[in-house]
Design a protein around this ligand. Structure first.
Ligand code: UGA
Length: 442
């Protein structure tokens, strides 16, 4: 099949590349010329395991193309994916300006029938707006060309995006006619050799499914973080409670790890947008709003433990930091707990020496650019030199079983603040390390 994918951000680039890997002829379009030129030469602007190799091999085989010209790409396609960003607007709602401007351009340029697929995360009702925007342009051109708008939300996880796309748990398609459904079924059929999970529904339900899925997962995390905070107060250990409740199949073990709160580009934005959608429909979404509030507070739990241990005034104290990315396997720092913890400590006079296997450039150039109190080192043990304590905020594999003797001998105070509950408290305390974690009183 011939596909155009508009937007070479995370979702667009991964989707386009994976579709080309399945033998489709894919053209990815973006307005960013530098990015497009880089991609043509196999320079992938994000870190995602397996993506670069897949881009390179499909560019080489001629299945995957990159261009800034939507016009040339549209004339060769029968399916068009809209995968541009829907950033958070000032009021928390999803900002649709990029989606609707792309819809307008499609209407201006299309010269044959198309299936147009919303892949960006968009509020319920956006497919109608996209259809109206396209039709308006066709009317003004006095063209009568058939087109169908479909909703196909994306469920990729950063760090596992290729696998998620190539072996999906499910593909959700919202469509209002059999023809468009048939086209989408055919496109996704090769992804379901072993596991037929193609879920068809009306367009609005598909749009809502994306928000409901992310809000449900975020709710599990905030719920567990709240349980962790209560555990500390009553003398329980959330690590045991997690095992105890996860064994109930109705609850399950996944997404109930307490920690320093969820970050990333999706949960924070989508939870806020869903609350906003409810608001616009005169419904006050109490639970969903609380999920966000609990998460905002949770990002500072580790900072508060440090302040309780070392005092309000942190002038003269230096902390080593392991982990900047919002989760392992990515260089993404959007809404990462590290930003909040670092800023809180620095505000009180502390200095930070940080190490992350992938996200240090992001930190230096964007997220902690205005925080000169943070310095960066090339390996995990270097953060310990002259540090008063060690903080862990991202559970990269290389932090999971470190040399505790080395940690103890290098730190001024043998103290670890663990925002991801990676270690065994009993072992560390027996080893003479003061160990603070989430959801268990020391
Ligand atoms: C999330 C969803 O998991 C994907 O299904 C969805 O497609 C994607 O958003 C999206 O909307 O595009 P992602 O943001 O890549 O994916 O990251 P997750 O692996 O879900 O982790 C999100 C955050 O939750 C991380 O900060 C992680 O540390 C935190 N988390 C996760 C916990 O604190 N505890 C847990 O038990 C699990």
């Amino acid at each position: 099949m011939n596909l155009t994918v508009i937007g070479t951000g995370y979702v667009g680039l991964v989707s386009g590349t994976c579709f080309s890997e399945m033998g489709n002829h894919v053209t990815c379009v973006d307005v960013d010329e530098v990015k497009i030129n880089g991609l043509k030469n196999g320079v992938v602007p994000i870190f995602e395991p397996g993506l670069e190799a897949m881009v390179l091999s499909n560019v080489k085989s001629g299945n995957l193309h990159f261009t800034t010209s939507l016009e040339s790409s549209l004339s060769n396609s029968n399916i068009v994916f809209i995968a541009v960003g829907t950033p958070m607007g000032e009021d928390g709602s999803a900002d649709l300006q990029y989606v609707l401007s792309v819809a307008k351009q499609i209407g201006e340029l299309m010269d044959k029938p198309l299936v147009i697929v919303d892949k960006s995360t968009v509020p319920v009702g956006t497919a109608d707006k996209v259809r109206t925007a396209i039709q308006k342009e066709l009317d003004s051109r006095e063209k009568n060309i058939e087109f169908h708008v479909v909703s196909n939300p994306e469920f990729l996880k950063e760090g596992a995006a290729i696998d998620d796309f190539m072996k999906p748990d499910r593909v959700v398609i919202g469509a209002d006619n059999e023809y468009a459904l048939g086209v989408m079924r055919k496109l996704y059929a090769p992804f379901f050799r072993t596991n037929e999970r193609f879920i068809e529904m009306d367009i609005r339900s598909a749009e809502m499914t994306k928000y409901a899925a992310n809000a449900m997962l975020a709710t599990k995390i905030s719920f567990m973080n709240e349980i962790a905070n209560i555990c500390e107060l009553v003398g329980a250990d959330v690590n045991n409670v997690r095992l105890g409740i996860g064994s109930d199949k109705r609850i399950g073990y996944s997404f109930i790890y307490p920690g320093s709160g969820y970050g990333g580009s999706c949960f924070p934005k989508d939870v806020k947008a869903l609350a906003r959608i409810a608001d616009e429909n005169n419904y006050s979404a109490e639970l969903i709003s609380s999920v966000e509030k609990v998460n905002d507070n949770q990002k500072l739990v580790i900072a508060n433990k440090i302040i309780a241990r070392f005092g309000d005034d942190l002038n003269g104290f230096t902390f080593g930091l392991w982990g900047l990315a919002f989760k392992p396997g990515t260089d993404d720092m959007r809404q990462a707990p590290a930003i909040y913890v670092v800023k809180e400590l620095v505000k009180r006079g502390a200095k930070i020496v940080a190490y992350d296997p992938k996200a240090m450039t992001e930190a230096k150039e964007f997220y902690l650019k205005d925080t000169p109190e943070v310095s960066y080192v090339a390996s995990k043990y270097e953060v310990l030199n002259n540090a008063d304590g060690l903080i862990l905020l991202t559970e990269w594999k290389e932090f999971r079983s470190p040399d505790f003797e080395e940690i103890k001998s290098k730190l001024k105070h043998p103290v670890i603040f663990d925002g991801r509950n990676q270690y065994n408290a009993f072992d560390l305390e027996n080893n003479g390390i003061e160990y603070y974690q989430i959801g268990k009183k020391r």
